[in-house]
Write a protein that binds this ligand. Structure first.
Ligand code: M6R
Length: 608
């Protein structure tokens, strides 16, 4: 969840670290700090609660002199509140470190090393720094090795030792780290956005290997007795820095909403062969689709809601059980999956720890794992049997938008291919399904072009403490994501309900002027949904109705109607998603909130 960067090289380190932290801030943004190895080899630590901007200002006051190596951190608090002291880096004797993850046995280590009186902060990370200092006798590799043997939990660390000027060490278990050796020096970071300004070539730091950055070379050592060298595969970034900038948009979220048509093209078109989905280039064999007896979809948050939509499409078409599980629940269940199960893991970041743990459980059950992932080379991608990469480019806003649409597109394509290879579709039917999928691209463009109308719609709900989303079937699956989007960035309490379920309790919460966002795009349940809308309208709700362009709607059914472009019922999620994202965006904007970095959240959830 935290952002990490380390640098050593010929350039001014503070500038590189602070710029890198601005790019990484979406990972965690409650405090930030840097440590610099100054010209006299002393390590200077500057840290502050609040955003990177605060730290930049503070650094201007606090730092004089130059430094050519250092480490930087943006924090998402786990242990201990948001204070200057709890911010990273943490210093203990000669050791200064930053940490992403959780040290589960920090309490036992505190007792074992008698640290109670030494700790200044309430963080598990400072315990790691103190233990490392106790173990350090002048040999960084040996000390880090001993530390790792003692730790339980997930972590990535960047470490400096005061008597090793110019060197930055790093190690990781689960939590991500990527590194690049460039003409401007050596860099390491929790994700690529911090490396791209300097290099398009990078490597993923292998788990349980020690990395040593020197100004012009990066060494990677196995964690064995002789520290033999490892040579991780060098990878190339498939997007440029522009993709990680706002490019004239006021917020990343709005930019990413606008990027959806292109993201869909990039994800769908390379996999179209003679009008049908083809995953040959992705190395995904038809046998995994043909031979499975059930599909288990696992993910968290928005990715899980994409899975819910996929289930509603797949199960009736494929006529096999399709189950969707929340990763953090699945991993503690005794799942009914086996070697005949196809497990589909969905993750934008490819690093979500609960999703990763569920993936590992699926492997233990003998299931085949197909991952739908956006970040190339991420842990989930590497640990899955097969990967279908979505090509959304970097998603910076915490609220997922374009990642959701491309996850859906990938899942729809999987569904179509499966229907074909399992004999549920003829080639003509598969072609027609794919043509319908391609039609959603202009439909999304049309929807996004109506953003000013949607801004006006959002103005009607910004003063409400609560909002409800209702729909049936697929419309219910869309509602879940719509409610998540609204609550996470506008802080309006929003709940999604299957429209027919409302009267079994929740309708008690509907009263005069409570906004109800009703989605009615599914022909086969349309009249039933309309009846449910009448029920809330009769209780005074302020109804915002999303319907297809040509739907016949009574004038008095809704206070506001949003007409979505006409696409086949199975595909309405795409324009609906754009509309719901824009409602959430403008509600947040109207409340003058931090759209891209909402409170308490972080982009990549690497703690359990
Ligand atoms: O990176 P992942 O797709 O695994 O992330 C899963 C969720 O944390 C994520 O979808 C989250 O719910 C969204 N950012 C919310 O908009």
């Amino acid at each position: 969840m935290c952002g990490i960067i380390g640098y050593t090289g010929p350039l001014e380190a503070s500038k590189i670290l602070l710029e890198g932290l601005s790019g990484l801030e979406y990972r965690g943004y409650d405090s930030a700090g840097i440590a610099l190895c100054m010209e006299d080899s002393q390590i200077r630590v500057v840290k502050k609660a609040g955003k990177v901007k605060n730290l930049e200002e503070y650094c201007r006051q606090q730092i004089s002199g130059t430094a050519h190596s250092g480490i930087g951190h943006t924090r998402w608090a786990t242990h201990g509140g948001v204070t200057d002291t709890n911010a990273h880096p943490h210093r203990a004797g000669k050791v200064v470190l930053i940490h992403n993850g959780i040290i589960e046995n920090y309490h036992a280590l505190t007792e074992k090393f008698h640290l109670e009186d030494k700790l200044l902060s309430q963080t598990d990370s400072e315990v790691a720094a103190q233990v490392l200092n106790c173990l350090y006798e002048g040999d960084p590799l040996a000390a880090i090795h001993k530390l790792i043997d003692l730790l339980d939990g997930s972590y990535s660390f960047c470490i400096m030792f005061e008597d090793q000027p110019g060197a930055v060490y790093a190690i990781r278990n689960v939590s991500p780290l990527v590194a690049a050796s460039t003409p401007s020096g050596s860099l390491i970071a929790s994700d690529l956005t911090a490396l791209i300004p300097y290099s398009r070539q990078y490597f993923v730091v292998p788990e349980q290997h020690i990395v040593k950055l020197t100004p012009y070379k990066i060494h990677v050592y196995h964690l064995d007795d002789t520290y033999t060298k490892a040579y991780p595969e060098i990878m190339t970034v498939n997007w440029n820095m522009d993709a990680a900038m706002k490019n004239g948009f006021p917020h990343f979220m709005l930019k990413e909403i606008h990027e959806q048509p292109d993201a869909l093209r990039n994800t769908i078109l390379p996999r179209v062969n003679k009008g049908i989905p083809d995953f040959g280039e992705d190395g995904i064999p038809d046998s995994i689709f043909k031979e499975c007896s059930q599909i288990q979809i696992i993910a968290c948050g928005t990715a899980m809601y994409a899975g819910m939509v996929a289930r509603a499409i797949m199960q009736p078409l494929l006529r096999i059980p399709v189950t969707v599980s929340i990763a953090s629940e699945f991993r503690y269940e005794e799942p009914l999956i086996d070697e005949k199960s196809l497990v589909i893991i969905i993750s934008q970041s490819g690093e979500t720890i609960d999703t990763l743990a569920a993936l590992r459980l699926a492997h233990r059950c003998g299931s085949t794992v197909l991952a739908v992932v956006n970040v190339k080379g991420s842990t989930i991608a590497r640990e899955s049997n097969y990967v279908l990469y979505t090509h959304a480019g970097p998603e910076i806003a915490v609220a997922s938008t374009k990642a959701y649409s491309v996850q859906l597109a990938a899942l729809y394509m999987i569904c179509c291919r499966m229907a074909l290879v399992r004999g549920k579709y003829t080639r003509e039917q598969a072609c027609s399904f794919l043509a319908d999928l391609l039609d959603v691209i202009p439909a999304m463009e049309t929807m996004i072009a109506q953003k000013e109308m949607i801004r006006d719609v959002a103005s009607h709900i910004i003063s409400s403490p609560d909002a409800f989303f209702i729909g049936r079937g697929l419309d219910y699956a869309f509602s879940l994501e719509g409610a998540l989007k609204l609550k996470e960035i506008s802080y309006i309490h929003s709940e999604a309900y299957a429209a027919g379920e409302l009267k079994h309790g929740t309708i008690a919460l509907i009263s005069d002027q409570v906004p109800v966002i009703a989605i009615a795009t599914q022909e086969h349940v349309y009249s039933k949904t309309i009846s449910n809308i009448r029920e809330v309208k009769a209780r005074g709700a302020f109804v915002i109705l999303l319907v297809k362009e040509n739907a016949v709607v009574d004038d008095n059914l809704a206070d506001i109607r949003i007409r979505i472009p006409d696409v086949d019922d199975h595909f309405t999620v795409f324009p609906i998603a754009a509309a719901l994202q824009l409602i959430a965006y403008y509600a947040s904007l109207g409340k003058h909130l931090d759209v891209d970095q909402p409170r308490n959240l972080a982009k990549s959830v690497t703690v359990e």
